[in-house]
Design a protein around this ligand. Structure first.
Ligand code: GLC
Length: 575
């Protein structure tokens, strides 16, 4: 690709630019054994469902051998399938069936850290002279015997674990059983290349790189002086000194060779960094996830404090990133949901009375933007946060750690539970709701995590039977992306940054203008189109306006003043 600005160049050279990705959390997707845990064959069984929906790429989350402290993000063997999920033969069958349907498989690669049960770590911890010692990050204790510095783990508590055998600490930015790998060591980087090649040879077309912007740590391992929030040490390892170099190495050795589609999960990153990661001229990754738009309800960046979300900030973040990535020639992974986030439907909109409108609004708003949209399992039927009142229902290591830590910090049991209910990653991890039979058709056994009790109303089968369902809304949006060029290449412009209820934007190329208008509030709203845009389609003799998709029975005319009912959302095109 020539030129830095993707908005000015043809987009179709990259096969994944018009794709939609579906994210599968295997543990909660479909259980064929009755063990209460989803499995690989369960996914294979549902491939026709995903194909019909219109999905191009299936992102399968970790199914490797793992003690499951962090549901597979703690890998103990990168080359074997966890028996709970099936066998390598099941995996190969899945890969072939995906290919046979013209879809692509994207694997989750977790190489910022491994499980402490990985044989590398088991060897490394035996002695300071072990040949695997340098696969991990070891430091001497501080003079007082405590951790080498004051960094805090993302799951709470110190980021260092003491190991008695060799009297040193090892770094763990996540759970204490997830030991950070030492990417400074060329042998580690070669191991990663080998892992990627192994899976690419099995027909895998893409890789989702877990927290990949954390792999290069500032080797000084300085204390965080707290001068920038949240002051937990992240400024010393986020988008670190050699990260781009390491990614270019992977690109050269693997991604380019296999024409892989790659998405990097970027923790606490910046727009400039994401342009660098994803601009095709730099030969690093195809696209990036960032999380700024999902922190608009964190007071002062604190995840474990509650506040109503800041709607204008949400719009501003979408706009800044759309414009910035477009100008810098980067490419975004678009998403509202994933396995680490509460359901956006419950978090930002109304999952009760306006359930269907809200779910469709989120979909339309996101799918009109530039980038590659990701659908997290169950989003396409409007799955919502479960309403649990007992800590016993929660499973996630982060939630359980924080429940304890919040109380140690002085919160009452009830206050701590309220925060966990809002913020827990388990909100999105409840089993997929297939039908109205017991346990939503997910398992014939006892599910590892409770099914949301609304499954008799919210399930796949019911939505397949209803032409106005959320499912068919996604079905249509996915097809629009394939046929309406401006969705891929149109220049982005926000239409009213200051409106307190409405998010409206336009996308335009030389032939077409797309207008997306969504009322994010439970009250009627009025929206006034800017004069320039209004006159553009009003005065053009040959042009015509078409409603591409909406979420109410009767859509208003695209006029200068538009009245929107609660959670109404429309996408018009003018050509
Ligand atoms: C990523 C994953 C998350 C996991 C963490 C550590 O953020 O999405 O689920 O816990 O990395 O691997």
């Amino acid at each position: 690709m020539k030129g830095m600005n993707r908005a000015l160049i043809p987009q179709d050279t990259d096969w994944w630019c018009k794709s939609v990705v579906y994210q599968v959390y295997p543990k909660s997707f479909n259980d064929t054994t009755g063990k209460g845990i989803g499995d690989i064959r369960g996914l294979t069984q549902k491939l026709d469902y995903l194909k019909d929906l219109g999905v191009d790429i299936i992102w399968l989350q970790p199914v490797y051998v793992s003690p499951q402290r962090d549901n597979g993000y703690d890998v103990a063997d990168y080359y074997r399938i966890n028996p709970d999920y099936g066998t390598m033969q099941d995996f190969e069958e899945l890969s072939q069936e995906i290919q046979a349907r013209g879809m692509h498989l994207m694997l989750d690669i977790v190489v910022n850290h491994s499980s402490t049960e990985h044989v590398w770590f088991q060897e490394a911890r035996l002695s300071r002279d072990s040949e695997y010692r340098d696969y991990y990050i070891w430091r001497n204790p501080a003079p007082d015997g405590g951790p080498p510095n004051n960094w805090i783990s993302k799951f709470g508590g110190p980021a260092w674990q003491y190991d008695e055998t060799t009297n040193q600490y090892f770094l763990t930015l996540f759970d204490k059983t997830q030991a950070d790998l030492n990417w400074e060591n060329p042998k580690v980087r070669q191991e990663v290349v080998d892992i990627l090649e192994f899976w690419a040879e099995k027909g895998v077309d893409g890789f989702r790189m877990d927290v990949i912007n954390l792999i290069s740590k500032d080797q000084r391992f300085l204390n965080d002086d707290g001068s920038t929030i949240p002051g937990d040490g992240r400024k010393y390892y986020t988008d670190g000194p050699h990260v781009h170099e390491y990614l270019r190495e992977l690109h050269e050795k693997v991604f380019a060779k296999y024409n892989s589609v790659t998405v990097g999960e970027m923790s606490s990153t910046s727009l400039d960094q994401c342009i660098r990661y994803s601009n095709p001229e730099r030969n690093e990754l195809s696209m990036t996830f960032n999380f700024h738009h999902l922190k608009v309800d964190y007071p002062n960046g604190q995840k474990w404090e509650l506040m109503p979300y800041d709607f204008k900030m949400l719009k501003k973040l979408f706009s800044d990133w759309q414009i910035g990535m477009q100008q810098g020639g980067g490419w975004s992974a678009l998403f509202f949901n994933n396995h680490d986030q509460p359901r956006a439907l419950s978090r930002f909109l109304d999952d009760g009375e306006y359930h269907t409108e809200s779910a469709k609004l989120l979909a339309t708003t996101l799918h009109g933007l530039q980038g590659t949209p990701y659908i997290f399992q169950g989003e396409e039927i409007g799955m919502a946060n479960p309403k649990w009142s007992d800590i016993e229902e929660f499973r996630d290591v982060e939630s359980l750690n924080m429940y304890r830590i919040l109380q140690e910090q002085g919160k009452s049991e009830e206050e701590a539970l309220n925060i966990i209910r809002e913020r827990s990653r388990d909100n999105s991890r409840t089993p997929m709701q297939w039908d109205s039979t017991p346990n939503a058709g997910f398992t014939t056994g006892t599910p590892w995590i409770k099914v949301d009790e609304r499954y008799p109303q919210i399930n796949v089968q019911a939505q397949l039977e209803d032409p106005n369902s959320i499912y068919y809304h996604y079905h249509k949006l996915i097809r629009l992306r394939k046929t309406v060029q401006v969705i891929t290449d149109g220049e982005y412009q926000c239409l009213d940054d200051a409106h307190p209820q409405v998010y409206a934007y336009q996308r335009s190329n030389a032939q077409e203008t797309l207008v997306v208008i969504s009322n994010f509030s439970g009250q009627n709203a009025q929206f006034v189109l800017p004069d320039s845009l209004y006159s553009q389609f009003k005065n053009q003799a040959s042009g015509s306006v078409e409603l591409l998709i909406g979420n109410t029975k009767h859509a208003p005319e695209l006029d200068q003043v538009i009245t929107l009912t609660p959670y109404a959302s429309y996408m018009w095109i003018f050509r």
